[in-house]
Ligand binder design. Structure first.
Ligand code: DX5
Ligand code: ZN
Length: 219
């Protein structure tokens, strides 16, 4: 059974104090920092890019789990690797050659993830599963924090966990979007071992980040 990791999404953080917010997450026991990169084209929102990631990474000692919601993505992969991303996760719809983009991330010695939107089927990545470090299962349509969890994606998590066991693969299953203290247990039970959360971590229990991270991790 893989260790349950918590990767807080800074999309829900105070953007005027991102450095301070990241240090708070680290001190509260976050395993990684989930950085939502949005280009206003693949998703209807625009956030941060390589210069901000570079600046934030300087003061951080935990991995940056960078979720690229940008299209086209291939030509930008290197700039995120250089900025300090430790895990680079891309959406299959944003590259005209998924295998090339996966290989590019691996050549740059970064962990490679692929993200599946709620409507995207596992089949389109099945033949690459042995190359992947992580599959990011979206439980909302990407673009914004604070959306409602879509429970139908739990079936996809269960299917990925079955494949992982059957083929003796070691990829992480990360779930992202609308995660709270109830559905986190369902996600873990289905086979997810990394939970992304923004709103629940930053807004629950009067913003007690440590308490919220501990509650999410407790199965
Ligand atoms: C949505 C992002 C998610 C989101 C999670 O496009 O990929 O990481 O910020 O935020 P919450 O936990 O508030 O749904
Ligand atoms: Zn995300």
């Amino acid at each position: 059974m893989k260790k349950i990791q918590i990767s807080p999404s800074i999309l829900s953080a105070d953007f005027s104090q991102l450095g301070k917010e990241i240090r708070k997450l680290e001190d509260a026991g976050a395993d990684m920092i989930h950085v939502d990169v949005m280009d206003g084209h693949f998703v209807p929102n625009l956030t941060i890019g390589p210069p901000v990631i570079k600046a934030l990474k300087k003061d951080s000692s935990i991995p940056f789990d960078v979720h690229l919601m940008i299209s086209p993505v291939h030509k930008y992969i290197e700039s995120y690797a250089k900025a300090g991303a430790d895990v680079i996760t891309i959406h299959p719809e944003t590259t005209d050659n998924l295998e090339n983009s996966i290989n590019k991330i691996k050549e740059l010695k970064k962990k490679v993830g692929v993200s599946l939107n709620p409507e995207t089927k596992i089949e389109i990545i099945e033949k690459y599963l042995d190359k992947l470090d992580l599959i990011l299962v979206m439980s909302v349509n990407p673009g914004f924090g604070g959306q409602k969890f879509m429970p139908q994606v739990l079936e996809k998590v269960e299917k990925l966990d079955k494949i992982r066991k059957k083929k003796e693969l070691n990829f992480d299953i990360e779930i992202d979007g609308g995660i709270d203290f109830e559905n986190s247990k369902l996600a873990i039970k289905s086979g997810a071992n990394i939970l992304v959360s923004g709103t629940t971590i930053f807004k629950s229990n009067n913003g007690d980040i440590k308490k919220n991270i501990d509650l999410l991790r407790s199965v």
